[in-house]
Design a protein around this ligand. Structure first.
Ligand code: KIV
Ligand code: ZN
Length: 528
């Protein structure tokens, strides 16, 4: 992308599918990642960091699919400074319309000494070789001195100067452990510009983690100090406390343009939908009071506030819910709506659903429409996300029976179709109906999982609202989430549990296959 042609335009670099995907329990498959990437393109992000291709064949495959299918944004793959990483990143992004390789190495002494177990000279050499190699493949190369904010700024400057000499187009300054403050981060940028004037000829970027709750504030400070790319993730997901939240920084830039005169290419009306999609597919719920996309972000509880808003919205609202797409519930289908109506409605919502996927979406829609008077846009989004989480090798709910009586514990009898096609049945009592259902599934499948998280939410208001359940399980040491949507929350819980279980078992199988592949590769390849 190179230096911004419009000096006031801030480029949005989305790392939901890379740093965000590193959050525990997230287990997205390739189809889900492609779906999110399409939505990010509709949202108007400038760059999608689609993954870290060397880390697994699954990551490589997902980055390659996104590169092939998603038009518009730059598609970026992450790489350490190792040759094998850069080869893998290029292999995965080379078919993108606008590919980028992002390579990184730490410049803090803490990392150099303890993690890399090397010295500063070696770091400089590795950075030079990596950027030069990436540049030999790809015009657009981003370089990050990891843990920069805890590193000696003079040394980071030397490494950044090398990256620019070798042709880096973007230099990103990560606050890897969420340690910096706005003043300190802005000073860091000022000092870098003083020490390396050539940084004014490339695009500078911010990448802030939220360990002290400062990711958005620090990113904003970096932008005011000259950066024109912000690395961020939908709903702020990412390592530990997460990354700078895309929706917050984008709306901050949008709403307060009066103070800074900056803009982004984000279509703010797509924010709410993107946030819901990422929340559903990752299993990471959004806290109700989360800025911009939380359920209460535009709700007024106190009488004084309600009174003020009724008289004049601007008394207590600095932005309109419609600006972030929170009103989009206009589509309504009923039980007589046909396949075409469903396809058209889904298309309006940005989902391209054809063939078998349309058939199963239609079946799921009919089941809901038979029990619910009206199926709205929000319902459709939930149904399709639920269908998208379906895997061909999944454990499926075959039958479902729960008996609750006031004088004894509830009993559940659950039939599960295994990936082999065989159907098994489990029966159990439990502390409540949900506990009974989960125990019956464990009995049927012969598995033992620890329930780490269970959330239930209503997709819309109203007594006949669809229930949406997210389950996070730890199975054989692996965390995985699953989503289930149904008019009955006990049934939705059973579905969510089975999806989480399938994801955990699939993750374990993939991990075994990947370890075997990696071991074979190590035997074949000389070290970097
Ligand atoms: O936080 C970090 O330092 C990173 C780098 C890979 C940019 O995610
Ligand atoms: Zn990061």
């Amino acid at each position: 992308m190179g230096p911004a042609s419009d000096v006031n335009r801030v480029h949005v670099f989305d790392t939901t599918l890379r740093d965000g995907e590193q959050s525990p329990g997230i287990s997205l498959n390739t189809a889900e990642k492609v779906e999110i990437a399409h939505q990010l393109a509709r949202l108007g992000v400038d760059v999608i960091e689609a993954g870290f291709p060397i880390t697994s064949p699954g990551d490589f495959e997902a980055v390659r699919e996104i590169s092939r299918k998603v038009e518009g944004p730059v598609i970026c793959g992450l790489a350490r400074t190792h040759k094998a990483d850069i080869d893998a990143a290029w292999g995965a992004v080379s078919e993108a319309q606008r590919p980028r390789i992002h390579t990184f190495i730490s410049t803090s002494d803490i990392h150099i000494e303890h993690q890399l177990q090397t010295d500063r000279e070696d770091v400089k050499g590795q950075a030079r070789a990596a950027v030069a190699m990436a540049k030999s493949y790809c015009e657009d190369v981003e370089f990050s001195p990891m843990d920069a904010t805890r590193a000696d700024v003079e040394f980071t400057a030397e490494v950044c100067a090398i990256a620019v000499e070798e042709g880096a187009t973007v230099v990103n300054i990560p606050d890897t452990v969420g340690y910096t403050t706005p003043e300190e981060y802005a000073d860091y940028f000022r000092r870098l510009y003083e020490l390396v004037p050539a940084l004014r000829g490339v695009e500078m970027s911010v990448h802030c983690h939220d360990d002290l709750g400062m990711a958005v504030a620090n990113s904003y400070a970096g932008v005011l100090a000259g950066a024109r790319q912000v690395e961020c993730a939908i709903n702020g997901i990412g390592e530990r406390a997460g990354n700078c939240s895309l929706e917050e920084i984008a709306m901050l830039i949008h709403v307060r343009a009066d103070v800074h005169g900056l803009s982004t290419g984000i279509n703010t009306r797509e924010i709410a939908r993107t946030s819901r999609m990422v929340s559903r597919l990752t299993g990471y719920a959004i806290q109700p009071n989360k800025a911009i996309v939380g359920r209460n972000a535009f709700a007024h509880e106190s009488g004084i506030h309600q009174d003020g808003v009724l008289k004049e919205r601007s008394t207590y609202e600095i932005m309109d819910a419609t600006e972030v797409g929170l009103e989009s519930n206009s589509i309504v289908l009923g039980k007589h709506s046909g396949r075409h109506a469903l396809r058209d409605a889904l298309e309006q919502l940005g989902f391209k659903v054809e063939g078998n996927a349309l058939n199963s979406a239609f079946k799921a829609f009919k089941e809901v429409a038979d029990r619910k008077k009206q199926v709205t846009a929000l319902d459709l989004e939930a149904i399709v996300s639920d269908e998208m989480r379906e895997r061909s090798d999944a454990h499926e709910l075959a039958s479902f029976e729960v008996v609750a009586a006031s004088d004894r514990e509830p009993m559940a009898k659950i039939g599960v179709t295994l990936p082999s096609g065989e159907t098994v049945v489990g029966e159990s009592s439990g502390d409540g109906p949900i506990d009974a259902v989960f125990r019956a599934i464990q009995q049927a499948t012969g598995t033992e999982s620890e329930l780490r998280q269970y959330t239930v939410d209503a997709v819309t208001g109203g007594e006949d609202a669809l229930g949406e359940v997210t389950v996070m399980l730890r199975t054989d040491g692996r965390l995985a989430t699953g989503l289930g949507v149904a008019t009955d929350i006990i049934e939705a819980s059973a579905r969510a549990y089975l999806r989480a279980l399938s994801n955990a078992l699939e993750g374990a199988a993939t991990r075994e296959a990947e370890t075997a592949t990696a071991e074979a590769a190590v035997e074949r390849t000389p070290g970097p």
